[in-house]
Write a protein that binds this ligand. Structure first.
Ligand code: NAD
Length: 242
């Protein structure tokens, strides 16, 4: 794993799931971590692990700017916040698409705008953005709004990488398959038959299991220290698209 000693890492949606595992993994890698989320309770349990925490709603542009100003320059930004909506294009609720766009894409524009000037002033930085295989990587049934927005994350990532590659900034995306998390648990319960839903999620992963948040966190840490990679979308999906 990368040695991030002396680096400062800002993580969004760090209260639970992949964001939480990543905050802990960054800390293990030696980074000084600022874990943010809208959930004070889950942040509190991270604070108990010795991680610096801040309430931050990434839908709130002003709050993003304020938090970035308060914490000062960071070396690493992990944009983990995101939401999953079900449904095909004909089932789409326009409000869901707007919300997914705001949380999955615009949030990253906000945080990048807030921290990139500080990274540029210091001559470098690493940005990791959470996408998904359900994006431009693979057509996944029943994930229209999600896939549209997660595909945009890959475009956003490549654009930032291309614009700032000469100034020490690296920007990569992570594209997981299905990963164990509280929101996945909710999705599996939502249809009424938890066991059938879980079996269906497992069936599409050739490794025969759902990924762990720690496995994705390891990739986030790796990419944060991977000094010769930028503009890439890294697939980590238990063999789903292999
Ligand atoms: P999760 O969905 O269980 O948790 C999401 C976290 O985001 C919560 O702590 C919540 O409080 C926080 N959050 C919600 N709205 C927020 C806001 N406006 N501002 C700040 N924080 C907010 O976690 P997860 O399933 O690990 O998902 C994390 C990311 O990984 C998402 O972007 C998701 O799309 C992506 N992802 C997840 C999977 C999976 O199978 N779990 C697969 C691919 C990609």
């Amino acid at each position: 794993t990368a040695n991030l000693t002396g680096k400062t890492a800002l993580v969004t949606a760090a209260g639970q799931g992949i964001g939480r595992a990543s905050a802990l993994a960054y800390k293990r890698a030696g980074a000084s971590v600022i874990a943010t989320d809208i959930n004070a309770e889950t942040l509190g349990t991270l604070a108990a692990e010795g991680i610096s925490t801040r309430l931050l709603d990434v839908l709130d542009a002003k709050a993003v700017t304020e938090v970035a100003a308060q914490i000062g320059p960071v070396d690493i930004l992990f944009n983990c916040a995101g939401v999953v909506h079900g449904g095909s294009v004909l089932e789409l609720n326009d409000d869901d698409l707007d919300f997914a766009w705001d949380l999955n894409v615009r949030s990253m524009v906000r945080t990048i705008r807030a921290v990139l000037p500080g990274m540029l002033a210091r001559g470098g930085g690493a940005i990791v953005n959470m996408s998904s295989v359900a994006s431009s990587v693979k057509g996944v049934p029943n994930r229209f709004a999600y896939s549209v927005t997660k595909a945009a994350v890959i475009g956003l990532t490549k654009s930032v990488a291309a614009d700032y590659v000469g100034q020490g900034i690296r920007c990569n995306a992570i594209c997981p398959g299905t990963v164990e998390s509280p929101s996945l648990q909710e999705r599996m319960r939502a249809g009424g038959d938890y066991e059938a839903a879980r079996a269906a999620f497992i069936a599409r992963q050739p490794m025969g299991r759902i990924g762990t948040p720690e496995e994705i966190a390891d990739l986030a840490v790796y990419l944060s220290g991977a000094t010769y990679t930028t503009g890439q979308a890294y697939i980590i999906d238990g063999g789903w698209t292999g």
